[in-house]
Design a protein around this ligand. Structure first.
Ligand code: COA
Length: 213
């Protein structure tokens, strides 16, 4: 039976998710839902050359639940969380997407709706929550615990034993030293190096990272 992957969010992150879904070999067809079709269907379809945008996120229930899996590909953590909750309330089949060239330890746990991109690593005895993104070339080392809707951006490195609260963004190329705790909804700036644990809702920049405001 043909399987369809329905991706919510037709931006750049949606393209990464689509490629990962196709590379996984599990899907025959990719379709997108994006609120921008409400604005202008032609313009929305031009955003993605290869895959059709067939409706808005609110139309997610119109496909066969037997042949369709769903993935929320929205980079903004809070928006991703909201759409994820909507899909869950409809009891749709939300999947995780793992690129075949990612390394995911058999001793690691991956929450549903998470994306692990090409050349990313998730090392043993670590766990990531629901709706997380371990982006291209990012790494999460041993014994880490990431909450829900965390985004580890391309090239960011999380050392062993780190705990990261839900909704955090670890910016491109950032680093978190071993055994630290990062409070929920914190942003670690692109290129920053975190050397001390942080409170929730912080924005940390630079090396060593300091609070921006
Ligand atoms: C840190 C960050 C969140 C700040 O964004 P912002 O609130 O819009 O802040 P601004 O761009 O107005 O910059 C505020 C100050 O922080 C500095 N700053 C911004 N980003 C910085 C960074 N990565 N490292 C060091 N300083 C930075 C700016 O130079 C500015 O300094 P000034 O006040 O002395 O002029 C953002 O720059 C960032 O790094 N985001 C991560 C992006 C990312 O990696 N996304 C993943 C995509 S896949």
């Amino acid at each position: 039976m043909r399987r369809t992957l329905c991706i919510i969010g037709a931006g750049g992150h949606g393209k990464v998710a689509a490629e990962t879904g196709l590379e996984s070999g599990k899907y025959d067809e990719i379709i997108f839902l994006d609120k921008r079709v409400e604005v202008d269907k032609t313009q929305a379809n031009q955003m993605l050359e290869h895959w059709p945008i067939v409706g808005t996120p609110e139309e997610c229930t119109k496909f066969s639940s037997q042949t369709t899996d769903y993935f929320v590909a929205i980079g903004v953590n809070d928006t991703r969380r909201k759409i994820f909750s909507l899909l869950k309330s409809y009891k749709l089949s939300i999947v995780s997407l793992i690129h075949p060239r990612a390394y995911v330890s058999k001793r690691a746990d991956v929450g549903i709706g998470s994306l692990i991109c090409a050349n990313a690593s998730l090392i043993g005895f670590s766990s990531i929550g629901q709706g997380c993104i371990i982006n291209t070339n990012a790494s999460v080392d041993h014994d880490c615990q990431l909450g829900d809707f965390v985004h580890v951006a391309p090239g960011a490195n999380v050392a062993g034993g780190v705990t990261i609260g839900s909704g955090c963004l670890l910016g491109i190329g950032s680093a978190v030293l071993p055994n630290l705790t990062v409070g929920a909804n914190t942003t670690i700036a692109a290129g920053a190096t975190l050397i001390k644990s942080t409170a929730s809702n912080s924005i940390m920049t630079g090396t060593p990272a300091k609070s921006l405001r």
